[in-house]
Design a protein around this ligand. Structure first.
Ligand SMILES: [Zn+2]
Length: 471
């Protein structure tokens, strides 16, 4: 179990999914959105009413076989109610709204050539122009999304712990540090890099108090609180096992997770228009009391792409619509090989073993690297382009904790008896290597002048890049 999941699991089991699991899981509790208060609407938290007519643009852009494969092997691996999606020979019928019994009908393409006409704002790698070997990312728009907020928000986000008098570990600060090291590396290779967040302040203008009424409604509707939500004190006790039943805790998560990520999505989709978003995180194992955390010997790596929707999530009209739109955009065709390639580069550089989720209830392993899982997270669902979500390093492992305490530095230092790069540079270098490998292969195979790139590769980033493109 990732730390992300840990705090919420007990409460989840006791009710019908409240604010579902961790790693910023997307959904899901049934709630009538206050901005769309129509009896028949069945929308996720702070979600928007779906515009099904948008899907008309995808008519005849996907074959029956490809659609069925993506539904069965990627997006709906946990099953779904039979009336939600019905795949026929020439069409698929997708439920828009159960109360009104309205359906969207998607017509399949006769052959695979039709995928040339998929409408999207991002360019798949196969349609990018060839690039010079030393600039394999030229013209590629990459948005960096450092996970969480950090700074004064880190405790509220439950992304904070401190061992004795040592410097507190705040995930939101660590991820921003990695993003700031990654950006110049990618720009040096020709990419146009933007930040979804580049400070310790939220993107959303909302604050927890803006969500008091909504938090009350959520708790009143939830059987686990028996219609009697607790107010919560001025400061939540992080060790209170019942804190999730308080209005305060609910207002906070509505602010720092749901409102913040939806706002980031608006920035990605309407302003930045990247070809790729890299969500940067550090993982953790349950650390218990943040003021007296448990350190562990466990350390691992995994990456996530969108998919593996839960049956409850598919019941929500907006999530079902967003899933189908994402499927039809063919983001998976891009993000899976990209995630696999980055994962293997991170494996080479970090030596971390693949994380194994303790259950298959929420995730589905995909790809060939052993490191990549499909999971329905808010960011991976809402950002309308390929998204690769990185979860390296267990922050409260003894090794990673020591490396975080050592901070950023050039060259290597002896940490716990081993000469190591700064953990932040190792993270940035390994992601860069993966991108170099993926885009070099795709953009240079077509050009004769790329024949010599294996020889020139070592100057790109470091020796791992050379290894990555070696025959
Ligand atoms: Zn995180």
């Amino acid at each position: 179990m990732t730390n992300d999941e840990a705090p919420r699991v007990a409460f989840q089991r006791s009710c019908f999914v409240i604010l579902s699991s961790f790693v910023i899981r997307a959904s899901s509790f049934f709630l009538i959105c206050p901005t769309a208060l129509q009896a028949a609407d069945n929308i996720s938290v702070l979600g928007n009413k779906p515009k099904w007519s948008v899907l008309e643009h995808y008519q005849e852009t996907i074959t029956h076989g490809e659609f069925a494969h993506l539904i069965n092997d990627v997006y709906c691996t946990h099953g779904f109610a039979p009336d939600l999606i019905e795949i026929n020979k020439k069409t698929a019928r997708i439920l828009m709204n159960r109360e009104t019994q309205k359906f969207f009908t998607l017509r399949f393409a006769a052959d695979e050539a039709a995928d040339k006409h998929v409408p999207r704002l991002w360019r798949p790698v196969k349609s990018l122009p060839p690039a010079q070997p030393e600039k394999p990312l030229s013209g590629l728009k990459i948005a960096l999304d450092p996970g969480h907020l950090g700074g004064k928000w880190a405790k509220m986000e439950e992304r904070w712990f401190q061992v004795g008098d040592s410097k507190p570990v705040e995930e939101g600060d660590l991820t921003l540090r990695v993003a700031r090291l990654l950006a110049p590396r990618l720009r040096g290779l020709g990419a146009k890099v933007s930040f979804v967040r580049n400070t310790n302040e939220p993107i959303t203008p909302k604050r927890p108090d803006d969500f008091r009424e909504l938090a009350k409604k959520i708790l009143i509707k939830n059987p686990a609180t028996a219609g009697q939500p607790r107010m919560g004190g001025e400061v939540l006790d992080p060790n209170d096992p019942e804190k999730e039943k308080t209005i305060r805790w609910q207002t906070e998560i509505l602010f720092y997770r749901y409102s913040e990520i939806r706002r980031r999505a608006a920035r990605v989709n309407f302003k930045l228009h990247p070809e790729l978003v890299l969500c940067l995180h550090f993982n953790a194992e349950g650390w218990g009391d943040p003021n007296n955390p448990t350190l562990t010997d466990i350390n691992h790596l995994h990456l996530l792409v969108n998919g593996s929707y839960l049956a409850d999530e598919l019941e929500l009209d907006d999530e079902r619509f967003e899933m189908i739109r994402r499927l039809l955009s063919r983001a998976y065709d891009e993000e899976l090989p990209l995630a696999d390639t980055i994962a293997l580069a991170m494996d080479r550089e970090t030596g971390l073993p693949p994380y194994q989720y303790p259950t298959t209830n929420t995730t589905t392993k995909v790809g060939a690297s052993e490191y990549v899982y499909a999971r329905n997270l808010l960011a991976t669902r809402l950002y309308r382009c390929p998204v690769v979500y990185c979860e390296p390093y267990v922050m409260n492992s003894k090794d990673v904790f020591a490396r975080i305490q050592a901070g950023d530095y050039e060259g290597t230092r002896n940490i716990n008896g081993i000469e190591r790069k700064s953990i932040f540079r190792e993270y940035a270098d390994s992601v860069t290597d993966g991108l170099v490998q993926y885009y070099s292969k795709a953009r240079c195979d077509r050009k004769a002048w790329c024949q010599g790139m294996t020889a020139s590769q070592p100057s790109l980033v470091n020796s791992t890049a050379a290894q990555a493109v070696a025959p």
